[in-house]
Design a protein around this ligand. Structure first.
Ligand code: PMP
Ligand code: GLN
Length: 382
């Protein structure tokens, strides 16, 4: 194994889903919905296969239909204009977009400031790029970024800010003021920004997602990444994309050619249709997930956890201190046996595992009945 990946075994998501499968526990670990997305979108994929669209290699940069649909989506929701021919690239999930971006844009030794905790691929891809991860810790209970700490983390060697809002695993959503402050820092210090926005449509309570690319001075220094997995409840399709200036997108396209060359063809046709669904689809998804967020947040609070209702994503983070526990890893390993539920310890998402020691992440993108049963089981803990 490449030395950069030393110590990285099986990802926590695979480990915890395997634990759920082998114990029959309710899987509130890995973030995937237990109900598939719209049947019309699934039918579009089947139709594409039957009609022979995308059954042979699609263009490496993605089908023209999907690139146009991504550009149209960015314009429709955020007023951002991208040229589908030069400023959009389709990838195998947001994960490939992240990998290609970090490998394409970083030199060994470049410093990259990340919000910490973070989705596990960030650390692994930064290591493969031989870049240096500089974490800025989001602390419970609110998990807001400390903007002074963020500013202090930037050095002359800093090349990039790697952002994620709505944020996995905390559910934190950056506010317009925070985004403005971060954008000003990026402009002042001439930094690239890679912004992972896969939960862009999962923001609750009337708050809105704002892409940092839309702020003054940001369009040409920001690569925005998203994917169809969360927005359309087809995480297994692995269709993602990145938008940004032609220079940044060219770098990603160049690298992507040698990672996967192209993503799966028929799904690209289906996702192009999905991105054009009416507003009612997007608001309906958000409302459905908000209800589930409330159900699980209230249930966890009633079960004795320390809960801050998340503003976005699939995830609620819960402190286990009030249960008389402080080791999230041990707690999550014992949870299936104790009450038949799987969660993920925050520590695995942190540069310093001690930082997230007593916080656990639970996913609420599950059927209401499943969440109700999980809550009943979690209440047995006390
Ligand atoms: N970024 C974040 C923050 C995520 O939570 C995930 C996983 N759901 C991804 C990227 C990867 O997305 P995809 O499945 O499209 O590769
Ligand atoms: N992003 C998903 C999560 O955080 C999992 C993706 C994966 O399995 N790698 O749960």
């Amino acid at each position: 194994l490449n030395r950069a990946l030393a110590g990285l075994g099986t990802t926590v998501f695979a480990e915890m889903s395997a634990l759920a499968a082998s114990t029959g526990a309710i899987n509130l670990g890995q973030g995937f919905p237990d109900t598939d997305g719209p049947s019309a979108v699934a039918e579009a994929a089947v139709r594409a296969i039957r009609e022979g669209r995308g059954n042979q290699y699609p263009p490496s940069i993605g089908t023209p239909e999907l690139r146009a649909a991504v550009a149209e989506h960015q314009r429709r929701f955020y007023g951002l204009a991208y040229d589908p021919d030069t400023e959009v690239v389709i990838t195998a999930g947001a994960t490939e977009a992240l990998a290609a971006a970090l490998l394409a844009l970083l030199e060994p030794g470049d410093e990259v400031v990340t919000l910490d905790p973070a989705y596990d691929a960030y650390a692994a891809c930064l290591a493969l790029a031989r870049a240096v991860r500089v974490p800025v810790v989001l602390r419970p209970p609110a998990f807001r970024p400390d903007l002074d700490a963020l500013r202090a983390a930037v050095t002359p060697r800093t090349r990039m800010l790697l952002l994620n809002s709505p944020h996995n695993p905390t559910g934190m959503v950056l506010t317009p003021d925070e985004l403005r402050a971060i954008a000003e820092l990026a402009v002042e210090r001439d930094l690239l920004v890679v912004s992972d926005e896969v939960y862009e449509h999962l923001v609750y309570d009337g708050a809105r997602h704002h892409p940092i690319a839309a702020l003054p001075g940001m369009r040409d220094r920001t690569l925005t990444i998203s994917s169809a997995g969360k927005t359309f409840s087809f995480t297994g399709w692995k269709v993602g994309w990145a938008t940004g200036s032609a220079d940044l997108v060219r770098a990603v396209r160049t690298t992507k050619q040698y990672l996967t060359f192209a993503g799966s063809g028929p799904f690209q046709y289906a996702v192009a249709e999905a991105l054009r669904l009416p507003d009612a689809y997007f608001t309906g998804l958000r409302e459905e997930m908000r209800e589930r967020r409330d159900l699980l947040s209230d249930g966890l609070a009633a079960a004795g956890f320390d809960v801050l209702r998340p503003a976005g994503t699939y995830f609620v983070s819960a402190g286990i201190g009030p249960l008389g526990e402080d080791d999230g890893v041990a707690f999550c390993r014992s949870l299936p046996g104790r009450c038949g539920v799987v969660g993920i310890p925050h520590s695995v998402f942190h540069a310093d595992p001690e930082a997230g020691r007593s916080v656990v992440r639970f996913a609420f993108c599950k059927k209401v009945a499943v969440l109700e049963e999980a809550v009943l089981r979690l209440k047995e803990l006390t």
